[in-house]
Each structure stands twice: as C-alpha cells, then as structure tokens.
Design a protein. Sequence first.
Lengths: 95, 489
Amino acid sequence: MSISREEIEHIAELARLKLSDAEIKKFSPQLDSILEYVGHLQEVKINKVAETANVSGLVDVWRADEVKEWNREEVLNALSQGELEAGQVKVKKVL
Amino acid sequence: MNLNELTIKEARQKLISGEISSRALTESCLAQIKKEDKNIQACLLLCEEEALAAADKADVRIKMGETGDLLGIPYLCKDNMMTKGLKTTAGSKILENYVAPYDATVIKKLKAAGAVLLGKTNLDEFAHGASTENSAYGPTHNPLDLERVPGGSSGGSAAAVAANMCLFALGSDTGGSIRQPASFCGVIGLKPSYGRVSRSGLLSMTSSTDVIGPLAKSAYDAAVVLKAIAGVDSLDATTAPEAVEHYDQVMASENMENNQSKKSLTGLRVGWPAEYFLKELNKDVLLRLQEAAATLEAAGATIKKISLPYTKYAVPVYYIITPSEISSNLARFDGIGWGLAKDEATNLQDFYKQTRGAGFGPEVKRRVMLGTYVLSAGYYDAYYKRAQAVRTLILEDFNQAFAEVDVILTPTSPHPAFKIGQQANDPLAMYLEDIFVTGASLAGLPAVSVPAGLVATEDGKNMPIGAQLIAPRLQEASLLRAAKILEKK
C-alpha cells in the first residue's frame, strides 16, 4: 500500500500541520513502511475479541463536584504565557 | 568517594548521622553536572539557586530530627513534568519559553519529602523516541561512550544517573522510555503499574500507557522513590486506590542484605518466554540473560519456560495506539494561551498550521500524521479498533502466563546502545527498539530493567545491557525483590 501526495496533504490538513514540500517527500515513504509494518495485524483472528482501551481496572471514578479556589499566583502564571487583552486570553478571529 | 556517587541509602545514613549536609551533597552533584554535562548534555535546565535553598531547608529539617527517606536527596526530573516557576519544554520548540505554573503531583510529593530538585533532563521531543536524538535541543550522549545514544526517551535522566549527576532521576515510560535507556546506560529503571503513580502535571503522550517512575543506582533506591511518588490522586482519575506498599521494607525484611545463602527467592517462579529469546537474538545478550536466570535460581527461584504467543504484535499495536493518542493529546498545542505562536497568518486555520508546522519536530509530525491517518474515516476499524482487540490478546497472554509464574524475565533491549545518527533516518528501525518493552506497557504491568552485565558492540567496546523483569499488576514488591538479587552480580 502506498499513500498518495493528496492523502498526505489531506491528513496534514486534518492534523493542522503545515508541511513543506521536502517534508511531504520525506514522510511519504516513511509512513508507507510504518503502515506496511503495522498492517501485520490484519493476519490476527480477532472474532468477538473485546477491545481494550483501559488497563486500570477502574470504572467510572467519581468525586464530589466541589469548587476549589486555585492559587492566585498560579492562575496569573498560567495566564501570562500567551497573548492577553484586558486580562482575557486572546484568541484568533474565527469569522 | 565523591558525595555525588553515593546511593540514596548511603547518603541518607550520612545525612541523618550528621556526617554530611544536604548542601554539600547538592553542591557535589551540581559540580559534577558542570564538569561532565558539556560532553553528555543530559540537562536542559539547572536550578542551582532553588536547589541550594531546598538543600538548606532540608538540612534544617534534619537538624530538627526528621529522618525522611528522601530528605535532602538531590534529583533530576525529565523535562516533560511540570515544575512550578521553571521552564518545562518537553524537548520541543513549541514550548521553548513555557514556564510551568504549577507542580506535577510527583514534584509536589518529592518537595514535601524534602528531595532537592537540581534541574530538568533532556528527552526525545514530547517523549517520542528511543534515543533522545529527537530533542529539539540536541542529543544526549551516553556517558559510557559519548559516540553512542543513551536510549530514550528518558535518555537525559538515565545518562544523568549513570554519570552520577544526581542520586536519582524521574523518567516517564509510555512504551519503554524508562527501561530502555536504563539498559543502555547501566542503571536501574522502574516502570510502575499503570495508575500506580499520578500523571497530573505530566505532559500527556499516550494516556492509556503513560507512567512516571524512577531511574536509580540500586533497586532499593528505586523502591524508596516509588514509595514516595506512588498513590491515589484526585487529579488523576486513573490512579489505583490500592494502598502503597513499603517496597523498601519488603526488600530489607527478607534479610536480603548480606545473606544469599538464606535463599531469599525460594518459591518465586520465573517465566522465560520463548518469544523474547528467538534464535536471532544477540548471543552475548542471551548469555547475560542466562546468567541472570542462574542468579535468580541460585537465590531459590525456579525458572519455567513459558509462551506469550502474541508478543510479535505488541510493537504494531503500540504504533497504532500511540500515534492515535498522540494526535489527540497534541491537538492542544494550537498557539493560543501559551506556547509558540506564529503570527503571520491571516486566518485561524493557517495560524494553527503554521504554529504547529514550525513548533513540532519531524518525529512529532510523523506520529501526529500517522495517528490522524489511522483514526480517519474508513481506516478506524481496520487499524485502531483492530489494534485495541489485539491489545486484549496481549493482555490475555500475560494473564495466562501469570497463572504459572510470578515474574517474567526478558532482555530489555535486543542490543546495547547504538551510535548517534546510526538509525536517525529510519523511523521504523527506531520503533523496533521497543520490541521487548511495549508488551508490559500495553498490559499496564510493572516492569524493571536491571543491569545484567556487558556485551560487546560491533566495534569491540563493552556496553551494558539490561535484564527486564515483568510482574502482575501492582506487584512491584516482588519485582523489586527479584531486581535486588539480580543487581548483586
């Protein structure tokens, strides 16, 4: 199996990644060889085998919905990492 | 002997007796870092002032009569864990100027215990790799041979412990990232059970396998660190509610200190899985593992041949599940609120793409692409769902094996450390580095890499190799007892 240039560009779009022409040329055969390798899973018989997504053995961990004050200094430190306007996190124009 | 070369156990005795101070111990580690790290490049950041202040505080606590296991003990931390007020880069350009606003739970616990944070260690960007060559800040060198990699992704932590820059270091293990570098650098590396240690404040990579654990100079030291960082945490809903054991006391109480003749492992059944010892395995690695088995036998254990038939599918399963979770977890790096922001774009979509395109390195992009692909419409069932089903079969393999044995013995890595650059252009070859370590990760089992001696490299050098022990979930105590016997060699 081989991934086309169009497919690479489509995946990059979905993944919100700007790739250079050189990157597309480099990733294409690399992704091919990785997909060929993981494709070996197709030979495993998995009839009725349940999927495992969680190995913690835990189900539905609940806690009380309590409001906890977050340390003011930590809040300011967290907020000061990006662009702010009037104390609010500034996001890009959506429309 | 220089103070920085002490184990935690030795240093603690000297601290409590007043023979040394935490300040002197900390200064000795800092001096070693300044002397050696030009060549090794294990550390991304040093926090000398904070470290000396913490050491002085620990010295006061010791004078007041406190005797905590880690009080005044200097350590380093992999740079994918949040350290309040200090840069936390994850080895990525996208977080080059990011300062952690709060401490990860493990850091909070170590602070409360009085351990002294010296700085942050290098890693493959976002922990994606097996050699530490994927760091945006350059590779770390193996202290035992500077031309070779230290392994990865916790390569900085392993190299720092091996070079005595600290008494222990924290690493994270998603599919071998504590154990494989421990094997390459000749130190102990413990991956606890999934959920044994809180990940709150660890930058998420593969949430279904990520675990934090220690790299240390002895099994006892690893036990002491695990005891300090383990436990349930309301900030990580996956943490196990079971009580944390006194791993260090379990080891000491068996009178394992000086008396091998007592056969401290009597009754322990050790599994030798055929699928980890295929005929292609490096002959020297096989010899070291046979010696390890003999050591366990001499201590009273019995060796039993077992089979884990789905072993060969662990790496393919891992390299579907891991990129999938990465593509989701790394979606948060969007240039808004924190991290790198590329501001030339005129619309939101281009802003995201430019920021992520400039901020992420090649391996991160590869994994995000791979994950996006296997999760995309039309491929989800064939790849992701199928991988999750095969993951169940891998888990059942281990369950069946643990009906017959108490621990499983394997090599940690198929070979000793390779040369820097040797595999840099072959991502698949790099993925196959994880061949012996992904199984325990997918099954959430505790596993430890213990130095098992030296093997010859292709150019005739002798480099360390690790023996891996795997135990049933939350059985870290039996794992560490066996590890302690192995390390005696």
